[in-house]
Every structure is written in structure tokens, then in C-alpha cells.
Design a protein around this ligand. Structure first.
Ligand SMILES: *Cc1c(COP(=O)(O)O)cnc(C)c1O
Length: 406
């Protein structure tokens, strides 16, 4: 198999289609899938040399696989990262991005508004293993100044956050991270590799659930960690030992998905922005949260560090005066809206070609509890919309239908 050169001057949309391409002597058009558990050695001496680390070659698919390499190299090229390591799921990437560098007594500082399973990993496992976890309101810069006045080993944030769309000042946190001696990791799932480049903004590492926009067609689970060579080597060593390796088939789906990621995300983001403008002035919507909406509290920051606002729009349904936003009436209003939709599917996925609607309080953010949800500004009337590739007029009519049903 011959790997082709990826001239560094190519732009991300070209790299998305072509980077990491390698062909076998059959000169196939598409990337082949190597569905193989392992590899054979022509001689006993070559097996010995491979195991001694004297030669670099594929040994076993838990360690590496040519199809997985294509996905990793392509994503690294789009992101502008030195290296990428793919994992079985996004959660495996989240876990290993920190578990590979933290140990008993380490200190992790994390944004408070995170994907639910990430919080469970921190509170139920990292805490048990003697890792100190401190949370901050990640969109409040003074909170970071206070938290990072003492040394830390890792910093972990989502920007924009799920589902409240808080935008974190990545260059600002990056400068404090360096002073505190911490590795700064950004979960870039919401923004996507097309809409925001955390490494260029000063982060040390980026984490993805490839299950979301990267597949974008609801087929497979996958994840990735990107960063410098020395750090990714630690990630690689841990994954190949603990076994959260991605399957070659899933890596193939994801490598092919990267080819259309830029066009999908740009089209979905354009529709999301237009729908956000429309929802923002709709009388049955109390609040519309979208990073590139002028009414977003951190609009200027979002416009500085994001090239696209993303595919997600978060709204609070308007409630009659005096209604408890955390009560049953608020929940019923959100459910009536969701159940009346005909195009948007009710699911907890996001970033798909199919538009999706989610009620975070009863699904993805259920385990936060009412107090935890209130702390990040979420209530029973909060609904998250993942805008897909359907005709925008069908989506607008669908949302109008839902709002009319309240
Ligand atoms: C979905 C998601 C994850 C976890 O990814 P899986 O592929 O489901 O394991 C992590 N972070 C964010 C922001 C997500 O949306």
C-alpha cells in the first residue's frame, strides 16, 4: 500500500476529500476496508523485529489498522493537528484524553456545563481514583482566574456547551492553562472541525464524538483525540492496552463521511442561523440561544473564534407569566411542541442530516438533577434543535406547527 503525499498548502475542504488517501497495488478509486484482526509476517525474524519495536508495521488491529489510519490522518489534516488517534466511541475519547495523563492526586479543572456522561466519568470514576475535579462557570473569565491561581494538570471544556451554547474564551483560558501547567482539552463536538479550530486558538488537544457531525448520518459510533505527537503517543499507548479501539468498518464509514463534512456542516449551519433569527423574534419562544445570533451574550467572542455558529439551536418555550420554568406546565409545553413536529425526529443524537429535537431535562441532562440544571440555566421549557439538511422551508413550517400546538 502506498500513502500519497498531503501537500500542506491544500485547504481544509480539499484535505477533507483527499488527505490520508492510500491505495493498494490494485489502484482502487475508494479507500479499501481492511477488515482484518491482524497481520502476518513473512519471516520469524520480521515478527521478532516488529515486537521488539525495531520496525514500524501493522501487528494487530487493536494497535493499528490501515483503514483506521486513513480516518486519523484525514481528520488530523482538517484539524491542523500533528496527530490524531481514533477510539471506539466519543466517550472513550473523552475518557482517555484525561485518563492517559492524570493519576492519583492530579487536579482537573472542568467547565460545569458538560455532556452528561463526561460528568459521570469525572464524579464517579476520576474522583474515586483520587483525581481532584473542580468545576468552573466556563464562560465567566474571572472564574478561571480564581480556579487556575493554583496549579492544575488538565483543563476540560465544551465550547459551545451542550445544550446552553455558552461560549468559552479559548485564547484566554489557554494563557491561564500555560501558567498553571495544565494540558488544555476542548470537546469540539458542537462547533465541529469546520466551525472552530481550538488548536489554532491555543488549546493543546481536541476531542470528538465522531458519532455526531462526522458520521452525520446516524450509522456508527466513534471518537477521536487530536494534539501533539508526544501527548497522542500517551493516548495511543493507553487505548491499545485497555482496548477501546475503533473497528476498521466504523473508521471507513467515518473516513468517507469526512469527505462531505464541510458541505454538510456549512449547509446545516446556514439553515440553523436562519431558523435562529426566525425563532428569536417568535412570540412563543422566550429565549433563542445560538452563538452567531447578535442577542447571544457572548456574540462578539463567538464571532471572533468561530467561523460557523454550528448546527444546533437551543430555545426556551415562552410560558404564561408566573409559571414555574422547572415545573410540570413547562415540561408539558415542551412536550406538546415536540410531539407536534413532523419533520424533526425526537432523539438524543445531534449533527445528523436528519433534523432532531431533544428535551434535555428529561433525557441527556436528566442525571444533573433540577438544581444542576438550574445552575447552567436549563429548565423544563428548554428544547434543543439539531438542524439537518432538509429544505429550510419545511423545517420552518414544522417549527411553526410545533409552536402553534402549545
Ligand atoms: C455525544 C457526545 C459525547 C460522547 O460521544 P459518544 O460517541 O456518544 O460516546 C461527548 N461529548 C459531546 C459534546 C457529545 O455530544
Amino acid at each position: 500500500m502506498t500513502a500519497e503525499q498531503d501537500p500542506p498548502h491544500f485547504r481544509p475542504d480539499t484535505l477533507a476529500v483527499r488527505a490520508g488517501m492510500s491505495r493498494t497495488p490494485f489502484d482502487e478509486m475508494a479507500e479499501p476496508i481492511f477488515l482484518t484482526q491482524g497481520y502476518i509476517y513473512p519471516t520469524a525474524a520480521e515478527a521478532e523485529a516488529a515486537f521488539a519495536g525495531e520496525i514500524d508495521r501493522y501487528q494487530y488491529s487493536r494497535y493499528g489498522n490501515p483503514t483506521v489510519t486513513v480516518f486519523q490522518d484525514r481528520l488530523a489534516a482538517i484539524e491542523g493537528a500533528e496527530q490524531c488517534f481514533a477510539t471506539a466511541t466519543g466517550m472513550a475519547a473523552v475518557f482517555v484524553s484525561m485518563a492517559s495523563i492524570l493519576s492519583q492526586g492530579s487536579r482537573l479543572v472542568a467547565g460545569r456545563a458538560l455532556f452528561g456522561s463526561s460528568i459521570t466519568v469525572f464524579n464517579e470514576y476520576f474522583a474515586k481514583w483520587g483525581i481532584v475535579v473542580d468545576y468552573v462557570d466556563a464562560h465567566v473569565n474571572s472564574d478561571w482566574e480564581r480556579a487556575l491561581a493554583t496549579p492544575a494538570d488538565a483543563i476540560y471544556v465544551e465550547s459551545p456547551s451542550n445544550p446552553m451554547q455558552d461560549v468559552i474564551d479559548i485564547p484566554f483560558v489557554s494563557a491561564l492553562a500555560k501558567q498553571a501547567g495544565a494540558l488544555f482539552i476542548v470537546d469540539n463536538v458542537f462547533a465541529t472541525p469546520i466551525g472552530q479550530k481550538p488548536l489554532e486558538l491555543g488549546a493543546d488537544a481536541v476531542v470528538y464524538s465522531a458519532t455526531k457531525h462526522i458520521d452525520g448520518q446516524g450509522r456508527v459510533l466513534g471518537g477521536a483525540v487530536l494534539g501533539g505527537a508526544e501527548y497522542i503517543e500517551k493516548v495511543r499507548t493507553m487505548v491499545r492496552t485497555m482496548g477501546a479501539t475503533i473497528s476498521p468498518f466504523n473508521a471507513w464509514i467515518l473516513a468517507k463521511s469526512l469527505e462531505t463534512l464541510p458541505v454538510r456542516v456549512k449547509a446545516q449551519s446556514a439553515s440553523a442561523l436562519e431558523l435562529a433569527h426566525w425563532l428569536d423574534i417568535h412570540p412563543k419562544v422566550a429565549v433563542t440561544r445560538y452563538p452567531l445570533l447578535a442577542s447571544h451574550p457572548q456574540y462578539a467572542l463567538a464571532a471572533r473564534q468561530m467561523t460557523l455558529g454550528g448546527t444546533l439551536v437551543t430555545i426556551d418555550i415562552a410560558l404564561p407569566p408566573g409559571t414555574d420554568p422547572h415545573g410540570a406546565v413547562a415540561k408539558a409545553a415542551a412536550f406538546r411542541f415536540m410531539d407536534a413536529l413532523e419533520v424533526f425526529d425526537i432523539s438524543n443524537n445531534l449533527g445528523d442530516a436528519k433534523s432532531i429535537v431533544t428535551h434535555p431535562a428529561t433525557t441527556t441532562h436528566r442525571r444533573l438533577g433540577a438544581d444542576g440544571r438550574a445552575a447552567v440555566g436549563m429548565c423544563e421549557a428548554t428544547v434543543r434543535l439539531s438542524v439537518g439538511l432538509e429544505d429550510i422551508e419545511d423545517l420552518r413550517e414544522d417549527l411553526a406547527r410545533g409552536l402553534a400546538a402549545i
